[in-house]
Structures are given as C-alpha cells and as structure tokens.
Design a protein around this ligand. Structure first.
Ligand code: SF4
Length: 247
C-alpha cells in the first residue's frame, strides 16, 4: 500500500526562508471560526474530505514540507516499536508522562485508534542533517526540529477540535523533555504542572506507531540514524514526522 504524496509548498531551505518564516508565524497567529458541534457520525463525507484538505494545506503553511491524508486503518501499531524505546535504553525513557513506559500501551492504542477514520501524516525535512546525524551535535541539535512538529501538530489538533472534530488527536516526534523543555527536569513529574500543557504529547513511536512504515508508504526518503556505523554520505536526509487523527 502506498499513499499519494503532495507536491509543492515552501521549502524551508530556499533563499526566501526569512519571508517564509514570517508567513509561518502569521499562520500560527491566525484565528479561525469555531463551528457548532454536530453529531460526528452524521458528518457529511464531503465536508470531512474538504476539512482534511484544509488541514493538509495548513500543515504546509505552518511549516511542514509534505502532508498526506491516509485512512486511519493504514497506521500500524506494533509492540516492537515500544520495545525499541527500551532496548537499547533511550535517554528519554520514563523522563516525562509522554515517553514509555508512561504512554498508553500498544493494546490500548490499537483498540482506541480503530475508532478513527482518517489521519494526516506530516513531514518536516530537517534543513541541517548534522542536527540528527552528527554524534556530537545531535543531542542539542535535534530539539528544535522536533519542537517544530510539536508546534504544527498541536496547532492542527486545536483547529480541527474547533471545527467540531472533538476527538481530534495528534502525535509528535521525539520526547517533550528535550523538544519542549530543552532537557530541564520534567515539571509534570516534579510538581504535576506541565510547562506546555496543550502542546506536549507523546511521539508517534512512543505510542507504538510504526513511523518508518508510514514514511515508506508515503514515498518519503527516510533513513535509520545510527551514524556510528554508517558509511559517510549514506544517510542522505533526516526528517521529523507527526500525525493527526480525525473523527
Ligand atoms: S513539563 Fe516538559 S517534559 Fe514534562 S510533560 Fe510538560 S513538556 Fe513534557
């Protein structure tokens, strides 16, 4: 199974990126009409499709490089994804409520996410690959790119919620302890008050989503980044991904 990839949109590496960043900022500041809630089951399919297209356009305006609409059932939840958070031990394991073992388990996710019909898969091309690949730079370098996905997905989730999709839920990339809190002690675990209550959320991998599989199906170029044993130049790009489930 493969998903059609959308083309076009701004490239964050283009010489116009200063203007581009200003435009992105304006979209984050934009206000949208909130709709009266109607029964979800009775939502007209035409309206739903139109809204999904709107979120896809918005994802690009908010700074993503590509977004594809996919049936929610195409998303695979796999126990092995969470196992990989533990073996070998991720430096963020247990560091916040949004990282395993604190996230919903795979069985719960499989059962719950069956109820959703559509999803928007979002990709951000990391402009400086060393921020993910370089063994010295990655620890601080990757934070801002994963924060970007947190920003995009939480904005889309809020807009969809206000459109009446009150079960809209999004998952991001990486752990919020680094992506949002820059490695500081998790305030939620410390005192019960998250610094970013609406923005912080589990990553796709933190709830068992096989993100590599989705990227491959979308036709996106993606590489595992265990750079210590990689031949120089064989990792050709780095990406950050997120997903929004609707209805
Ligand atoms: S305080 Fe920071 S690390 Fe803790 S849940 Fe909130 S965003 Fe995540």
């Amino acid at each position: 199974m493969s998903f059609p990839s959308s083309k076009g949109g701004f490239n964050s590496r283009s010489p116009l990126h200063v203007i581009y960043n200003k435009l992105v900022f304006m979209v984050f500041e934009k206000k949208f009409k909130t709709r009266r809630v109607t029964e979800l089951g009775k939502k007209n399919l035409r309206v739903l499709k139109k809204d999904m297209e709107k979120y896809k356009v918005l994802a690009k305006e908010l700074g993503s490089d590509d977004a594809v609409i996919i049936p929610a059932k195409a998303v695979k939840f796999d126990e092995r994804v969470r196992l990989k958070c533990r073996v070998p031990m991720c430096h963020l394991y247990g560091s916040s409520p949004n990282c395993p073992p604190n996230t919903p388990d795979v069985e719960t996710m499989k059962k719950t996410m069956k109820k959703y019909r559509w999803a928007l898969l979002v990709k951000y091309d990391v402009p400086c690959m060393d921020d993910f690949v370089d063994k010295e730079k990655w620890l601080k370098g990757h934070e801002k790119h994963q924060r970007k996905i947190h920003d995009i997905i939480s904005a889309l989730e809020s807009i969809a919620f206000n459109d009446g999709y009150y079960f809209a839920v999004g998952f991001s990339a990486g752990g919020c302890k680094t992506a949002l809190c820059s490695g500081m002690v998790c305030q939620f675990l410390d005192s019960g008050r998250c610094r970013f209550p609406l923005k912080s959320r589990p990553s796709m991998e933190g709830v068992g989503i096989d993100a590599y599989d989705l990227a491959a199906k979308a036709g996106w170029e993606i590489y595992p980044v265990a750079s210590r044993y990689s031949e120089t130049g064989s990792i050709r790009c780095a990406v950050s991904m997120g997903i929004l489930f609707i209805n």
